[in-house]
Design a protein around this ligand. Structure first.
Ligand SMILES: Cc1ncc(COP(=O)(O)O)c(C=O)c1O
Length: 229
């Protein structure tokens, strides 16, 4: 019997260009990027090159790109990090009901610590209602976290508009873009420069509160193509 694999959103084969770019670092060009010897320094240079390429893709600064082990770690880092960094007696987060468990579980853990969470429902098309989002904002809201492409529905949220709403309210905005971190051949080059398991997280620095925080996985792309900005 011929079996057809239909679970590409869960995982896919590594893109050949990614494999080609990574193979030297798995075989001949290995080195601990924290080591001071030549092998380590070469590995460090490759990591920094990848960081520069991701920064260029996101129109961010290289020092704003943090590589993590995957999507869950990036989501946790952004959500727990922003909540911890916000000094406010009460804190409120807005997410959608269709976030990945990585976001849902983080918010449920925060609820147990007294953080209020609004779960915005979505329409039959899987989209968040922007008026409902505006209405959900409270004086103690610290973060809006709405995913880009949904891992089950494929629904793509209007990130630019959500970002504008967050900016107008001077709120942090995080998006889980694990399913959609590929837009163009330019992005494909970024993929080619680091491991398929790597994930980047760009967390807003306090001085740039209105810039988006992004969790972007470098998983091999699925059918959704996305221009980040
Ligand atoms: C939308 C979304 N967020 C987060 C994750 C978690 O990513 P990871 O498995 O790299 O921790 C996934 C996994 O597929 C996902 O689809």
């Amino acid at each position: 019997m011929n079996r057809i694999y239909l679970d590409y959103n869960a995982t896919t084969a590594v893109e050949p260009a990614v494999l080609d770019a990574m193979l030297p670092f798995f075989s001949t060009d290995f080195g601990n990027a924290s080591s001071i010897h030549t092998f380590g320094q070469r590995a460090r240079a490759a990591v920094e090159n990848a960081r520069d390429q991701v920064a260029a893709l996101l129109h961010a600064r290289s020092q704003e790109i943090v590589f993590t082990s995957g999507g869950t770690e990036s989501d946790n880092q952004a959500i727990f990090g922003i909540v911890a960094a916000t000094a406010s007696p009460t804190k409120h987060i807005i997410i959608s009901t269709i976030e990945h468990e990585a976001v849902l579980n983080a918010c449920q853990a925060l609820e147990k610590q007294g953080v209020a969470v609004t779960y915005l429902p979505v329409s039959v098309d899987g989209l968040v209602d922007l008026d409902e989002l505006r209405k959900a904002i409270r004086p103690d809201t610290v973060l809006i976290s709405i995913m880009h492409a949904n891992n089950e529905l494929g629904a793509v949220q209007p990130l630019a508009e959500i970002g504008r709403i967050a900016a107008e309210a001077d709120l942090y905005f995080h998006t889980d873009a694990v399913q959609s971190a590929r837009s163009s051949s330019r992005a494909a080059r970024v993929y080619a420069s680091f491991s398929s398991a790597a994930t980047t997280s760009v967390a807003s620095a306090p001085a740039r509160k209105m810039s988006p925080a992004l969790s972007v996985s470098a998983k091999p792309p699925n059918s959704r193509f996305y221009r980040l900005r």
